[in-house]
Every structure is written in structure tokens, then in C-alpha cells.
Design a protein around this ligand. Sequence first.
Ligand code: SAM
Length: 182
Amino acid sequence: MRAFSVPAFRQITPFAESASRLIIDAGCGTGHSTRALALAYPLAHVIGVDQSAERLSRAPELPDNACLLRAELADFWRLLQAAGWPVEHHYLFYPNPWPKPAHLKRRWHAHPVFPCLLAIGGRLELRTNFSLYAREFQQALHYSGHADASLLQLPAEEPVSPFESKYRDSGHPLYQVIVDLS
Ligand SMILES: C[S@@+](CC[C@H](N)C(=O)[O-])C[C@H]1O[C@@H](n2cnc3c(N)ncnc32)[C@H](O)[C@@H]1O
């Protein structure tokens, strides 16, 4: 585990344990999507997680029902599963694509932490501009017993995050994989 993951997780424990509804923004970058989710779900508590202190330092002002945490995601997911907090929505917006074949194991569906991510439960949504990532993610969910995992092209809507905005402005097709793990 990264040295910063455990103390950061402890710090957000009171925030998470006071929540009746919990939403995770995994790999939140600058936290703009965390803010957007907190405004869209005012009755939920939203936790944005990213390992990059530099990106987190560029976060906008957040409403009271949102917080940001610097942690490595594999660490965070293992700690989250152990804590047993019920997660309602779990978002993975534009994870690093790791496009080369040799990078496969760094994509989340091929990473050893994947079973833990599934065990956390809730409605899981991945968004990516990399169609192979979306297709592999959906396949991995199917192989894990989630035959209802859907892969759709993201409809044109207000971008939720800076990377969504950047890819949409460049004319990339965007994909979403959604599964209900509850
Ligand atoms: C392509 S950016 C997307 C950021 C944001 N979700 C968006 O859509 O604008 C990927 C983000 O994932 C973070 N990230 C990548 N691997 C990570 C890991 N293992 N643990 C935590 N964060 C990670 C990076 O620091 C980066 O901010």
C-alpha cells in the first residue's frame, strides 16, 4: 500500500460514516466531476479519489456533501471493501487507457483488485473514449457473472469532467459501461 492511502482513508471515515447515500468518483483528477455529482445528488455524500496531489490541488470549491481524498485506487478499493460502507453509485470516468498490449494488466478489469471493485457493489459506471477498454471491461463483467452489463455510446450531454469535455470537443465517440452490482 502507498504510504498516503491509509491515513487519507482514515481522515474521510467520519464523512463516509455519516452518509446515508455514498457515491465514489474513482480517479477524479481535478475533482470537477466530484463537484458535479455532489450538486446532482445533494442528499448523497460524494468521495473523489485520485493519487495525483497536483491534480487534486486544482480542485474547484466543493459543496459540503463532497470531499477529495489522495489515495491509490487499488489501496482505496481494498480499504473500502474492508470498511463495508454501502456504495450506491461508483463512477470511473476516463481511467488511464494503458493502450499497449503489454499494459493490459494495468487496465482495471485485468488488475488483481478487480474482484474487490465488484464486491464493493452499487451501480458501477465506466466512461472511456477507448472502445477496446469499454469492450474488455464489459467482457470481464460478463465473465464475472454480470451478464446484464451494458455498453452504450454516451449520449451528447453536458460533459461531467475535464477529460470528457476534452474528448468530446475533439470529436471522439465516448462509451459507457454500466452494471448494477447490488
Ligand atoms: C485520464 S485522467 C481522468 C481524470 C478525470 N476522471 C476526468 O475524467 O477528467 C485519469 C486519472 O486517474 C488517476 N489515476 C490513474 N491511476 C490511478 C491510481 N492507480 N490510483 C489513483 N488515481 C489514479 C490519474 O491521476 C488521473 O487523474
